[in-house]
Ligand binder design. Structure first.
Ligand SMILES: Cc1cc2nc3c(=O)[nH]c(=O)nc-3n(C[C@H](O)[C@H](O)[C@H](O)COP(=O)(O)OP(=O)(O)OC[C@H]3O[C@@H](n4cnc5c(N)ncnc54)[C@H](O)[C@@H]3O)c2cc1C
Length: 420
């Protein structure tokens, strides 16, 4: 029998052979942390490989209703909630200056019986809160803070070499190692990548007027300019985050502005909707592109989060979709004796193709329609927004589909507690 030695982090290392876990999660970003907590909650022995290094660069994530339900079920919401602000109204304002100017459209969560569509939280706060939950999850979740150097699918098991020299075997590997995913590369799963002539500038602002739990997405010729509520702080009553998509040349010019010139530029672009502004903390910028995969699983390795899909931040779909990957993966394997069961992973793969494919195409179409200067495209968008403004049932259907909550295909952990 293998001899096991206790280590400082509570994990156990075998003196004569590799330690075995049911599930190894690679990557300690938001997706990996949630995946580890989900599988540990079901009683699996979980290894979470990776270190916590979320930059404070103004990036926030709007977690929609299903994601909040998931965080509540894994006991993480109480740690995240103090950093999050509710999104009760989402407003779209066409600011393209085109001949056909549709009216602003507002989506109110009360129309579909919800107090909020979701909650906006700074990505670094989310990751740090989830990491603390992972550290306190108990002996079944080990989180040594080391990266994976290599992963090999050997058929009956996967073998992982960790940065600290330990070798671990796992029945299921969850690759949550981001857009460049070394684990995905190890599987040989083919990808398709594309880019947009845009950069997303991210920052946090304090402002004079209250946001009233409302996000505002201005549609401009260079993409979306979206202000999203954040919670107040003792030193700043009114705070919001901004994702400003713009042409790369403008992003270069904007990067050179000092904070007060930047705040004025934002206030102008927002038509002083929230009054005078000031920049809080560091800014970020991300070149816009997309990535899709040929398959969501290969052998015993399943892809989740940005390892499986990347697209521009419109409609708050990215991480929400990543969390849906995790909840769907859990539903696919939870009743199997072997969590890396091939048939279960094939079923996960089939389920994700439709959901991720639809959202990737939807976001791509909307983003390209903003960039297009072609009048018929403007007219079609204008008609679409006018219909949404006027037809209540259509608006409610769009809101429900944006949330993807409580549909027959919604994974069980993402259903609202009152609907579960
Ligand atoms: C401007 C902007 C705004 C956005 N807004 C929203 C929003 O409002 N709502 C929303 O849902 N989504 C939003 N998104 C998308 C969201 O931010 C991403 O989907 C999410 O952060 C991806 O998380 P992840 O854990 O999959 O990947 P990552 O955060 O990239 O994490 C991957 C982790 O894996 C680690 N890693 C890599 N290789 C290894 C290895 N060998 N061993 C161990 N660890 C490894 C990395 O160090 C990293 O920590 C936005 C994105 C952008 C750019």
């Amino acid at each position: 029998m293998a001899q096991l030695n206790d280590t400082a982090d509570g994990s156990r290392k075998s003196a004569v052979g590799p330690r075995h876990v049911d599930v190894a999660v690679i990557g300690a970003g938001a997706a990996g942390l949630v995946a580890a907590l989900v599988f540990a909650r079901d009683g699996y022995r979980v290894l979470l490989a990776g270190s916590v290094k979320a930059a404070r660069d103004g990036r926030t994530v709007a977690l929609l209703d299903g994601s909040v339900s998931l965080l509540k079920r894994i006991g993480a919401w109480d740690a995240v909630a103090p950093h999050a602000a509710p999104l009760a109204t989402m407003r779209i304002i066409d600011d393209k200056g085109s001949l056909v100017r549709p009216p602003p459209v507002a989506f109110d969560s009360a129309e579909i019986g919800l107090p909020a569509f979701g909650y906006n939280v700074e990505n670094a706060d989310l990751v740090e809160a989830l990491a603390e939950c992972a550290r306190q999850a108990g002996p079944d979740l080990t989180f040594p803070g080391t990266d994976v150097v290599s992963v090999v699918d050997e058929g009956p098991l996967c073998r992982l070499n960790l940065g600290d020299g330990e070798v671990v075997t796992a029945s299921l590997v969850v690759a949550a190692d981001g857009r460049r995913s070394p684990a995905r590369e190890a599987t040989g799963i083919a990808t398709r990548e594309w880019s947009y002539p845009q950069v997303a500038v991210t920052l946090i602002l304090t402002h004079r007027l209250p946001h009233r739990d409302t996000s505002t997405e201005f549609h401009t010729r260079e993409g979306a300019f979206t202000l999203v509520p954040l919670p107040s702080r003792p030193e700043a009553a009114h705070r919001s985050s901004l994702v400003w998509m713009m042409a790369p040349e403008r992003a270069d010019r904007i990067a050179a502005l000092d904070d007060s010139a930047m705040a004025r530029a934002v206030e102008d672009r927002a038509h002083s909707l929230l009054g005078a502004m000031a920049v809080e903390g560091n800014r970020g910028s991300v070149p816009m592109g997309g990535l899709s995969v040929r398959s969501y699983a290969a052998g015993r390795i399943a892809l989740v989060g940005e390892a499986a899909h990347v697209f521009p931040p419109i409609g708050a779909q990215g991480l929400n979709l990543g969390l849906r990957d995790i909840a769907a993966l859990r539903d696919a394997v939870v009743d199997q004796a072997d969590p890396g069961d091939r048939a279960a992973l094939a079923s996960y793969d089939r389920g994700r193709r439709l959901d991720v494919g639809l959202r990737t195409r939807g976001v791509d179409l909307l983003n390209r329609s903003l960039l297009s200067g072609f009048l018929p495209v403007d007219v079609a968008r204008g008609i679409g927004l006018s219909l949404l403004d006027r037809i209540g049932p259509l608006r409610r259907a769009v809101m429900r589909s944006g949330l993807a909550a409580d549909e027959p295909t919604t994974p069980s952990l993402m259903r609202r507690a009152d609907a579960a």
